[in-house]
Design a protein around this ligand. Structure first.
Ligand code: ADP
Ligand code: MG
Ligand code: ZN
Length: 481
């Protein structure tokens, strides 16, 4: 039996408008090589200038991950020769990163029991992303797209505190949530704005030292992180069981085969001939600078969870769902601004809206209506201006058409007029048209009530709620006893 020892390096692209050392757009996509300039394509004689927002975002990430922020920070050149980086070096940070010594609490389930654990963060540094190479095997060429070159990237390095694929997954999910709340990264793994390298070794419980690790590069989904770790545990166990030795190397995960293959032997820091980047000024923060950045940090998920449970009295389970995505939590907060009834809004989001989202009808990222419209709908239902059932239908129409709830209610006759004269009249008519059944009820056959009720409700749709129908009908019948 072996214990897995895992450390992660997470690369997260920062959501700045422009790149980290030039003015090119940092937006995802674009025609190939349309977002490049002499600086980010490494032309001789160009001078990089640091994007202050990128530095600020990296520090915000540090705060979100409970790091210490280094007041003094230096950029270095990491030299390597590969066509994804035309300068032949990456501007990064080696000895004086922006943030150090953080920690991230995670929760995992082991044998049905929830276990809390802290994963320590060794460092967060700021660097530039490399370009993208597209290998065209058919024509036997590789094409280079430098749009991504120079997009600000933070590298988050953990201590080797992770002990299972599940912990790794929980950690990446948590970091991605925190970065989204901090507003510094959109964490879209499928678009590559969050990528992960997994360092993994295994050891016997009796070993006093960690084993030799393999590094699996560039995993771009939670699923492949989990699969790669599980595969590596098996691979390394087999080697050790057979009396062999794991060699320190960099490996690539193949999604189609679910296995990892050796890419190269692992390089050491000295292989990169790091030296201080002479073109970028060193960063010097004052206490005031850091306090200012901290003050700009949006409310993080834990804080919101506390507010939702303590202040609003929501259940922990519901609060957890609401904070599980920033878009959901923001939507909830927005709706409360219009209709301050946390329990009603929360339950309509969780039961009705998220149902539509889970059915794939709509996504929280691009809802065709605002949280304000949603709040109006929930309030209409609470105030019995529409029935609870019709409110669900209205929401479905909102998802389909983006129309305002009042408009949909009006167009479809869902609005309850609460015309008491009309209620009396309908009940009167139904009772006199069903004299025999009324007699049955009066002689004690209570089950016929449902039939009478059904007749009245049908006529009174849009006039009052079923509850009003029931109460009025009961009162009327009782008066006939
Ligand atoms: P490098 O500079 O070679 O990338 P680092 O010391 O920065 O190495 O470590 C990179 C990652 O590897 C870190 O997340 C660290 O926690 C992890 N790590 C270090 N040693 C081991 C080990 N023996 N087994 C598993 N992970 C490890
Ligand atoms: Mg490293
Ligand atoms: Zn540029």
């Amino acid at each position: 039996m072996y214990i897995p020892v895992i450390g992660l390096e997470i690369h997260a692209e920062l959501l700045t408008k422009s790149k980290v050392f030039c003015n090119c757009s940092a937006e995802f996509g674009g025609d190939q090589n349309s977002r490049c300039c002499p600086v980010c394509t490494g032309m001789p004689g160009t001078l990089p200038v640091i994007n202050q927002t990128a530095v600020e975002y990296a520090v915000k990430a540090g705060f979100a991950l409970n790091c210490e922020i280094n007041k003094f920070s230096v950029f270095d050149r990491k030299n390597y020769f590969y066509p994804d980086l035309p300068k032949a070096y990456q501007i990064s940070q080696l000895n004086y990163p922006l943030c150090i010594n953080g920690n991230v609490p995670i929760e995992v389930e082991v044998n049905g029991e929830k276990i809390q654990k802290n994963i320590r963060i060794n460092r967060i540094h700021l660097e530039e992303d490399a370009g993208k190479l597209i290998h065209d095997d058919y024509n036997g060429v590789s094409l280079a797209d430098y749009n991504r070159c120079g997009i600000p990237l933070i590298e988050i390095v953990t201590e080797p505190d992770i002990r299972s694929a599940e912990e790794a997954r929980a950690f990446v999910e948590k970091v991605s949530l925190l970065l989204q709340y901090a507003g510094v990264c959109d964490c879209k793994m499928e678009q590559g704005s969050l990528r992960c390298d997994v360092n993994i070794s295994i050891m016997k419980p009796t070993d006093s030292q960690f084993g030799t690790r393999a590094e699996i590069k560039n995993l771009n989904s939670l699923k492949s992180i989990v699969r790669a770790i599980e595969y590596e545990i098996k691979r390394q166990s087999k080697i050790l069981d057979g009396g062999g030795k794991v060699i320190q190397e960099t490996r690539r995960f193949n999604d189609n085969h679910g296995d990892t293959k050796s890419m190269r032997s692992k390089e050491d820091a000295h292989d990169y001939r790091y030296f201080p980047e002479p073109d970028i000024v060193q960063v010097n923060f004052t206490d005031e600078d850091l306090a200012e950045i901290r003050a700009k940090l949006p409310e993080l998920p834990e804080k919101r969870f506390e507010r939702y449970t303590k202040e609003y009295g929501l259940s922990e389970a519901d609060a957890k769902i609401l904070i599980s995505q920033k878009t959901i939590s923001d939507f909830f907060n927005g709706a409360l601004e219009v209709y301050n009834n946390p329990k009603s809004i929360s339950s309509f989001i969780i039961v009705e809206l998220l149902r539509r989202v889970n059915l794939g009808e709509v996504s929280m990222d691009n809802l065709p209506f605002s949280s304000k419209d949603f709040a109006v709908l929930v309030q209409m239902a609470d105030e019995e201006k529409v029935s609870k059932n019709d409110a669900k239908t209205i929401l479905r129409f909102m998802v389909e058409t983006g129309k305002k709830p009042e408009e949909i209610a009006k167009e479809n006759g869902f609005l309850i007029t609460n015309d008491t004269g009309k209620v009396e009249e309908v009940i009167e008519n139904v009772l006199s048209a069903n004299k025999a059944i009324v007699e049955q009820w009066l002689s004690g056959e209570q089950k016929v009530f449902g039939f009478l009720m059904g007749q009245c409700t049908k006529e009174l749709k849009g006039v009052c709620t079923p509850k009003v129908v029931k109460d009025s009908l009961e009162a009327k019948l009782n008066s006939m006893k």
